[in-house]
Design a protein around this ligand. Structure first.
Ligand code: COA
Length: 262
């Protein structure tokens, strides 16, 4: 494979045959995303959209993990504060991405690790994929348009299970719920996703881009407005007592206690 310059020590970018492969690689922290990693991911997505040699972007994690979502230590110590924060710019770029985006998901895909899939065009899971959106359990609220898109895709009751009870789910369930295309054995999921990416990269590129724009277009402004609403509340809730209790409990490896909150 031809190597493009690495964007970040924990985000690798490799380009070949019209496919930009973006890997999240911070295995000792389960690929938890820091501000710097969000910036690198955003830069890679923008590069994919602007480089005429790239027709498809493929995002994946490491051997046993997609991503554990936002880095909780950073959320406690140096939380994002506004629309121009790295996480918000990443989510905005996902929404605005013009070229197709494919996700190859294995192991934990937590928080934004699941919600980013709502903005991908094709999603392939490994049998060992375990998805979860624990925003409520963390005293936060959904982001990336999840509270709008999930009820549209699967109906309110099932979306409420995933968002309010924060129930984890498998790749097979993700397919059944309409969030993913297919499940492959853990040893095969990445090769299968790469093959789909190469096939998509061989399609007429302008026609692919137009089709993506048509598919996303009718809901785009409404999703953007909803993401802004969620984002403002998400950032505000990061400093809420509920969220601080939840995140501190995670770091201290204990169960959170929400009994004192009304
Ligand atoms: N932020 C910061 N550190 C994280 C992290 C996160 N989101 N997710 C995992 N880590 C750290 C753990 O604290 C642990 O650190 P340690 O080795 O110093 O103890 C290390 O990564 C390995 O994680 P561990 O929990 O031991 O791995 P696991 O295989 O048992 O579980 C997860 C993996 C992803 C299920 C679990 O780590 C988890 O639930 N993480 C939090 C996910 C989350 O709530 N994300 C935020 C969404 S907004």
């Amino acid at each position: 494979m031809a190597h493009a310059p690495a964007q970040h020590e924990h985000v690798s970018v490799v380009q070949q045959d019209g496919v930009m492969e973006i890997r999240i690689q911070r295995p000792d922290r389960k690929n938890a995303l820091t501000h710097g990693m969000y910036d690198a991911l955003t830069a890679a997505l923008i590069a994919a959209d602007t480089d005429p040699a790239v027709r498809v972007a493929l995002i994946a994690g490491t051997d046993d993990c997609f991503t554990a979502g936002n880095d909780m230590v950073e959320f406690l110590q140096n939380p994002p504060t506004g629309d121009d924060s790295p996480v918000m710019r990443f989510l905005a770029q996902l929404l605005n991405q013009e070229k197709p985006l494919i996700a190859a998901v294995n192991g934990p895909a937590v928080g934004v690790g699941t919600t980013m899939l709502l903005h991908c065009d094709l999603v392939y899971c490994a049998r060992g994929a375990r998805l979860q959106m624990p925003f409520v359990s963390l005293g936060l609220c959904p982001e990336a348009g999840a509270s709008m898109l999930l009820p549209m895709i699967m109906g309110h009751p099932r979306a409420a299970e995933l968002l309010m009870l924060a129930e984890p789910f498998s790749g097979e369930e993700a397919v059944a719920l309409g969030l993913a295309n297919a499940v492959f054995e853990d040893a095969d999921y990445l090769a299968e996703a790469r093959q789909k990416a190469r096939r998509l990269a061989a399609q007429p590129p302008a026609s692919v881009r137009l089709t993506k724009a048509f598919m996303r277009g009718p809901m785009r402004d409404a999703v953007a407005a909803h993401m802004k609403l969620e984002g403002d509340n998400f950032l505000a809730r990061l400093s809420s007592p509920e969220a601080r209790e939840a995140m501190t409990a995670f770091m201290e490896k204990r169960k959170p206690d929400f009994s004192r909150f009304s």
